[in-house]
Design a protein around this ligand. Structure first.
Ligand SMILES: [Zn+2]
Length: 403
């Protein structure tokens, strides 16, 4: 969460939560906030929005797909909390209140506040509806990249460059120290593994719901792999995205991929598919922390056949990371040793090192603030940019900077 203060207007840029116990909420904003702008729906950017409506009533702005997918993730957070017997920090009344004050803004449409400050959203190429935010106070311009990807993928054309020579740029740093392999090589490798897995068992692809499910589905279809089962939150997320074809690069390819897959509708179908063979299954959760992916992996493990193909980064402390490193997952405190081959594929939705540096070079901002990455990564990214002649820093939590 970032706070931008023009002197007459106080804006929040994103309002997210983390999943780390005890450190879930961002630092409270300083002073009274006038409005919030959301870059995209992922919980680390949107999860705190309902909390803004405990006491205050402020307008908040995002693209139409971001509003719907945020609602999907918020309601899932309630469900997960109830399953874990925790008290949910997001509630239906808070969601209803937040929705009353939401303003949907399409890409490249200028919105002006009461003091003349304006903002525009530009395609960030990260997930459907994701946006970079340009705030223009009339005297100064601030570019907040949010999470972005400038490389072309099945679902996105890559982010729109936005603005040049902004007075300040707040840029994500997630992959500042690592390049991604070419996407076409990764897709080929995944297709080879899927085809191999289904000769004797199932191919389970645990996927994030928003964007990644469709991305992988479209990649498989392009490689001639159809009749894919899709299960979990990825079903609803993909159906929402299908309502906004203008937010993806190839709506026809997306529609064909959706038409050729089968949504899993109930538990008995899930059980039969999991225990069977020759099935390609895309299921949430992407890091195996719950959702039908967990049921499938246990069923496949019990049957002793199939492969687990993970198309994304597995965060520390998740079942996905534990599976990759130790072969063990846990479900409600019970540990399972998984005796299936596991492979990880880099289907990242974030710009890699090369793209991040290219992006800064092309945008030529006067000041750069490197955020949203490991602390060491942000610091190194900033110092490498400084060596290249940019005025770059990696601010710490709670820092204030005058531009
Ligand atoms: Zn994100």
């Amino acid at each position: 969460m970032f706070q931008a203060d023009t002197g007459s207007l106080k804006l929040l840029l994103d309002a997210g939560t983390t999943t780390f116990a005890g450190d879930r909420f961002p630092m409270p904003p300083k002073g009274k906030i006038d409005a919030a702008i959301l870059s995209h729906a992922h919980m680390d950017h949107s999860g705190f929005v309902p909390q803004l409506f405990h006491k205050g009533r402020i307008p908040w702005y995002c693209t139409p797909p971001t509003l719907r997918t945020s609602n999907l993730l918020w309601r899932d957070a309630i469900k997960v909390a109830i399953l874990r017997r925790e008290s949910p920090y997001i509630t239906e009344p808070l969601i209803r209140e937040a929705n009353k004050h939401a303003v949907q803004i399409p890409y490249a449409e200028e919105y002006e506040f009461f003091d003349g400050t304006s903002f525009e959203l530009f395609d960030a190429g990260h997930i459907p509806g994701s946006a970079q935010v340009i705030v223009n106070s009339g005297k100064q311009k601030l570019l907040y990249t949010g999470d972005f990807n400038s490389a072309k993928t099945r679902l996105h054309n890559g982010c729109v460059p936005g603005t040049r020579s902004a007075d300040a740029m707040i840029i994500e740093s997630t992959y500042a120290m690592r390049n991604h392999p070419p996407r076409k090589d990764i897709e080929t490798e995944l297709a080879v593994c899927v085809k191999e897995a289904i000769t004797t068992g199932n191919a389970l692809i645990p996927c994030f719901a928003i964007g990644r499910t469709l991305e992988v589905l479209m990649a498989l279809r392009a490689k001639g792999i159809t009749r894919v089962f899709v299960d979990g939150m990825g079903v609803a997320a993909s159906q929402i995205v299908a309502d906004y074809p203008e937010y993806v690069s190839d709506p026809d390819a997306m529609a064909s991929a959706l038409a050729s897959c089968k949504f899993v509708e109930n538990n008995s179908a899930r059980k039969a598919i999991g225990a069977g063979k020759g099935n390609v299954i895309i299921a949430t959760a992407g890091m195996l922390d719950g959702g039908p992916a967990l049921s499938y992996i246990k069923a496949m493990n019990a049957a002793g056949r199939g492969m687990v193909l993970m198309p994304g980064y597995q965060g520390a402390g998740t079942n996905g990371r534990s599976l990759v490193e130790t072969g063990i997952i846990s479900d409600h405190g019970i540990k399972f040793k998984i005796n299936l081959p596991v492979k990880v594929f880099d289907f990242s939705a974030h710009a890699g090192r090369k793209e991040l540096f290219d992006f800064v070079r092309k945008a030529e901002p006067k000041k750069v603030f490197c955020v949203h990455g490991d602390e060491a990564t942000c610091i190194t990214f900033a110092s490498e940019l400084t060596e290249q002649g940019f005025d770059a820093t990696a601010p710490k939590l709670g820092d204030s900077v005058v531009i």
